[in-house]
Design a protein around this ligand. Structure first.
Ligand code: HEM
Length: 500
């Protein structure tokens, strides 16, 4: 593996030196803090050689803070031969994603994702296709409040199944990864496929296994390297080839479901996301420009499933670990739940406005966890003037959400977990413009509303029913995420839950 890394490093240097700046770019003013080919080599050690093999996870320890101190809040790095502009700071991220939202709304290239999605679906598409599919997904997710069962009811139902599963641990230690992943996936399953699965259902277990495996592989050394050196990596055997195989299996699963839905479709009564999409396909049959076709249906479904599973369940898993470390904070949440909800009914979204402390704890969990530190790569849709710089069309942009979530102007001691970051002096909930775990602007997470409901309802339901017990002294619990440039995850742990 080290040999491969060395080889790739060598490849980076040579491919970079032969990389030509495009003609249109060369005619524009080169921003002074773009890392030129001369100082690229001196910057390289910051980018790659500190790669750490950590349980098969390659951490490209890009010390962005250090780079931003040297080059300012807008600077360029090279990943392989790919030029990436990093926006490091709340003002810069907000100015780009919100004030110049259109120009920064493109999706950056990620070779592995491009290979899998072929530009279809929501997350990795661009232009008119992206606009149509995104708008459709947003309205459909919203409208599912109108169906037989509201999204809130679907979450409450699933949270009750989860509570039963946790009760069955009978105070024995367990790793919460799988139960949380099953519960969260089932909520998105219920929205896209029309129903939840039994936790023992073999098809469901295979589906989750494939998703989990792909998440892990995408974070793996070779998975990450594929994005920077796709041509070379195509010739190297390894787990990144598994991702492609797993994705094909997932695609076949969804295609089967689509077929089943077609056979029982009632045009006047959509049961779920797939039905709604099939109806839209019918309506747009005569429209030659329509993006509503089977390929985009399968990809959009997989996008929602993929984006909607690991994110929320990892946040919850990290949240439980944080509460294990701070039993006094857990105790205050218990008190608030008992006062506002009681023990005889399930928590509901209307309770949240009367639960400022719990709301602050949840916001602080998401701030601290910093789940997607660099967001998903963006790209500029045209040559873009940004401050005193020009960013050429198509350049990949990393809006560093971590620089916003951990900004010490807004959150004193940002590396510490402190719900006080979201409370005013009277104990009321305090909003913050720096709360940006779902990103901002035109590409902001499609599932934000759903994810926030899930986190609130599942966490309060767990704490209404159980007290969390750590297997080690809380002072020894390390709540820092495992370092990553892709998705932050907590270190593995076990806990016990004791019925209240
Ligand atoms: C704690 C949970 C979650 C977090 C922290 C999160 C975060 C994010 C972030 C940072 C992005 C990239 C935005 C950008 O490009 O600037 C994103 C995109 C996206 N998320 Fe989420 N997400 C979460 C849950 C969900 C859920 C539950 C769903 C499914 C319903 C979902 C669906 C999507 C989709 C489809 C996109 C692509 C949007 C686009 O390209 O237009 N996410 N999410």
């Amino acid at each position: 593996l080290n040999f491969i890394l060395l080889l790739l490093l060598q490849f980076t240097r040579s491919s970079r030196s032969s990389c030509r700046i495009s003609r249109s770019f060369s005619e524009l003013e080169i921003p002074p803090n773009f890392v030129s080919s001369v100082n690229f080599i001196s910057t390289l050690p910051l980018l790659v050689p500190r790669s750490v093999l950590n349980k098969n996870i390659l951490v490209l320890c890009i010390n962005l803070l250090q780079l931003s101190a040297k080059y300012g809040p807008v600077f360029t790095i090279y990943l392989g031969s790919q030029r990436v502009v990093v926006l490091y700071g709340q003002d810069e991220v907000k100015e780009a994603l919100i004030d110049q939202g259109d120009e920064f709304s493109g999706r950056g290239k990620l070779a592995l994702a491009d290979k899998l999605s072929k530009g279809a679906g929501i997350i990795f598409s661009n232009g008119e296709r992206w606009k149509q599919l995104r708008r459709f997904a947003l309205t459909t997710l919203r409208n599912f409040g109108m169906g037989k069962k509201s999204v809130e009811e679907r979450i409450q139902e699933e949270a009750r199944f989860l509570v039963e599963r946790l009760r069955n641990t009978n105070k024995r230690p367990f790793d919460p990864t799988i139960p949380l992943a099953h519960a969260v996936s089932n909520i998105i399953c219920s929205i896209i496929f029309g129903d939840r699965f039994d936790y023992e259902d073999q098809k469901f277990l295979t589906l989750i296994k494939l998703i989990e495996e792909n998440n892990e592989l995408l974070r793996s050394v070779l998975g990450q390297l594929y994005n920077f050196f796709p041509t070379l990596m195509d010739y190297i055997p390894g787990p990144h080839q598994e991702v492609i195989k797993n994705s094909e299996e997932l695609r076949i699963f969804v295609l089967e479901r689509v077929k089943m839905h077609k056979e029982s479709l009632d045009l006047s009564c959509p049961r779920d996301f797939i039905d709604a999409f099939l109806i839209k396909m019918e309506q747009e049959q005569q429209n030659g420009q329509s993006e509503f076709n089977t390929e985009n249906l399968v990809r959009s479904t997989l996008d929602l499933f993929f984006a909607g599973t690991g994110t929320t369940s990892t946040t919850l898993r990290h949240g439980l670990l944080i509460l294990l470390k701070y039993p006094d904070i857990e105790e205050k949440v218990h008190e608030e739940i008992d006062r506002v909800v009681g023990r005889s009914r399930s928590p509901c979204m209307a309770d949240r406005s009367q639960m400022p402390y719990t709301d602050a704890v949840i916001h602080e969990i998401q701030r601290f966890v910093n789940l997607v530190p660099m967001s998903v790569p963006h790209a500029v849709t045209r040559d873009t003037h940004f401050r005193q710089y020009v960013i050429p069309k198509g350049t990949t942009v990393f809006p560093a959400l971590q620089s916003v979530l951990h900004d010490s102007r807004e959150f004193p001691k940002p590396e510490q977990f402190n719900p006080g970051h979201f409370l005013d002096e009277n104990g009321a909930f305090k909003k913050s413009d720096f709360f940006m775990p779902f990103s901002a602007g035109k590409r902001i997470c499609v599932g934000e509303g759903l994810a926030r409901m899930e986190i609130f309802l599942i966490l309060t339901m767990i704490l209404q029913n159980f007290t969390l017990k750590s297997l080690v002294d809380p002072r020894d619990i390390d709540i820092a995420p495992q370092p990553s440039v892709v998705v932050n995850v907590p270190k593995p742990y076990q806990l016990c839950v004791s019925p209240r």
